[in-house]
Design a protein around this ligand. Structure first.
Ligand code: ADP
Length: 501
């Protein structure tokens, strides 16, 4: 891998973006109409990266106007033609893996080995997977008796608003872009203000792939301004959001007021259960992976670890041994496993939850990792906490930092009760060598996804449907078609219509 340098940002971004015009509207780079900007900050150094256009409601209006034109052009292409453009996009994403990875790493602090590797493969894979459904969308014919035909078709919404978070910038954006396009919609993406850069290069690559102007638009800006204007816009009938539960509730309320459809991928407080018959080495590997990957900033992270009491000490030892091999430091160094937390604000939040947990009696276990924080960066070393008060904020809120909470349990029922004692219902991971226990567990745990003897094992065809406060709908897999298309029923009569009056 050639070395990515912080100073080389202009090599990775379209030239117009370097001068603060980062709104991609109707196939052109534009500045905010009132000229406002904000800085995106490198969390590894605390230094500003570049100025980003701060869109307001007027800019969102321009994007909606462009997207409405784009939606018409896109609808005139057949599925095969749309698939061709999407496959080309996948190819270009793979070709530009280093640039896309560099932008995500500089902007979010994620390790370059991940952003230019797994994350880029995932982004390209999204376009490949969904290019495969563009020409396979079907409706149905309803038997209505003689002289009548009932047709049920799927139609795109037209213009979809997509609002994405900072924890996997490129992956979360493409998880929305690819199915929305595949279903025949135009879209306006509002990337997180902390991490807008990879979306700008994606806009350029989709343009190169031949996507008609106006089909994909990017509005950079703040959530309460650009994001809210998108949610409130009357000509955007569908909103797809990934982010915190608090913001998800706000968006759902605004969308509910206007009766528009929303898909929400929100937070979690997901359990990781190690039964007394589990393979302890593999379970420890799974736990360290799910808790510490991406510095804990993963919505499906199963960081609430519940261990059968007799295994507790051995399990913690095995986790410690694995954590000792993780290197934390400069995200641009190809040998780094983990970088900083995305922002000072998030780091402060993690530290606040830790202090509140300790004040409520929790014990912090020091872990030795290869920890080389950079000056001015938002770094935090991995931690295990025990003796948690189940009522404390540390035990109940999503931490979104590299903190594994470990609690013992004495019987299976106690483990299920602890697993379900949360407002969230996103994911769970269960470790056992008993088939009967695995079956019982997956039925007992009230989450959208349950992993048995694995964790984060997904394919593009696997839905992750959040329950309770973790979401509405699901983005991955064929189910995305239900998110991004709406039904239309047509009844045709070819006999004599007889009215009531
Ligand atoms: P965090 O609180 O961790 O920054 P959020 O869930 O608030 O995460 O942010 C996820 C995305 O939602 C970002 O793109 C952000 O700009 C956007 N956002 C935040 N608030 C709103 C809002 N009121 N309306 C629409 N989008 C919003």
């Amino acid at each position: 891998m050639s070395k990515v340098q912080r100073g080389n940002i202009s090599e990775y971004l379209p030239a117009d973006c370097m001068s603060g015009s980062t709104l991609w509207i109707g196939g052109k780079w534009e500045a905010a109409s009132d000229g406002r900007t904000f800085d995106t900050v490198d969390p590894a150094t605390g230094n500003p990266i570049i100025s980003i256009s701060r869109a307001g409601a007027g800019d969102v209006q321009r994007a909606v106007d462009a997207a409405k034109i784009g939606a018409k052009v896109w609808a005139e292409l057949d599925g095969m033609q749309r698939a061709g453009i999407m496959r080309k996009a996948a190819e270009l994403i793979r070709e530009h893996r280093l640039a896309l990875g560099a932008l995500d790493s500089i902007d979010s602090g994620k390790a370059i080995s991940e952003t230019s590797g797994r994350n880029t493969d995932g982004a390209a894979g999204m376009f490949d997977f969904f290019s495969g459904i563009t020409d396979k969308i079907r409706g149905s014919v309803i038997d209505m008796g003689p002289k009548k035909t009932g047709l049920v078709e799927r139609e795109p919404y037209g213009v979809v608003g997509a609002i994405s978070p900072w924890n996997f910038p490129m992956t979360n954006a493409t998880t929305k872009i690819a199915p929305i396009l595949a279903c025949g919609n135009a879209l306006i993406l509002k990337p997180a203000e902390q991490t807008p850069l990879s979306a700008l290069l994606l806009a350029h690559l989709l343009d190169l792939a031949g996507l008609p102007k106006g089909v994909f638009n990017v509005i950079t800006g703040l959530g309460a301004e650009a994001g809210a204007a998108l949610v409130e816009h009357p000509d955007v009938p569908k909103i797809s959001f990934t982010g915190s539960t608090a913001t998800g509730r706000r968006i759902a309320a605004a969308a509910g007021e206007r009766l528009k459809s929303v898909t929400l991928e929100l937070g979690g407080k997901s359990p990781f259960i190690v039964f007394d018959d589990a393979d302890l080495d593999t379970a420890a590997s799974g736990a360290v992976t799910t808790v510490f990957m991406n510095q804990g900033q993963t919505c499906t992270s199963c960081a609430k670890v519940l261990v059968a009491r007799p295994l507790l000490a051995a399990f913690i030892e095995k986790c410690k041994e694995r954590v000792a091999k993780i290197s934390i430091g400069d995200p641009l160094d190809p040998s780094t496993d983990l970088g900083p937390i995305v922002s000072q604000q998030q780091l402060d939040r993690v530290n606040r939850l830790l202090s509140e947990g300790v004040a409520a009696g929790a014990t912090k276990l020091a872990l030795s990792a290869k920890y080389s924080p950079m000056v001015g960066g938002c770094f935090i070393a991995p931690l295990i906490v025990t003796d948690l008060d189940p009522a404390s904020s540390l035990a109940r809120e999503e931490i979104f930092g590299p903190v594994m909470s470990v609690s013992p349990f004495d019987n299976d029922e106690e483990a299920y009760a602890a697993a379900n004692d949360t407002e969230y219902g996103l994911a769970a991971s269960v470790w056992t060598s008993s088939l009967a226990r695995a079956e019982t567990a997956r039925r007992a745990i009230n989450t959208g996804i349950v992993w048995i003897n694995c964790v984060h094992t997904l394919s593009l065809n696997t839905p992750v449907p959040g329950r309770k406060s973790s979401g509405l709908g699901s983005e991955y897999g064929w189910e995305a078609v239900d998110n991004y298309m709406r039904l239309k029923t047509t009844v045709t009569m070819f006999g004599d219509y007889k009215g009531l009056f």
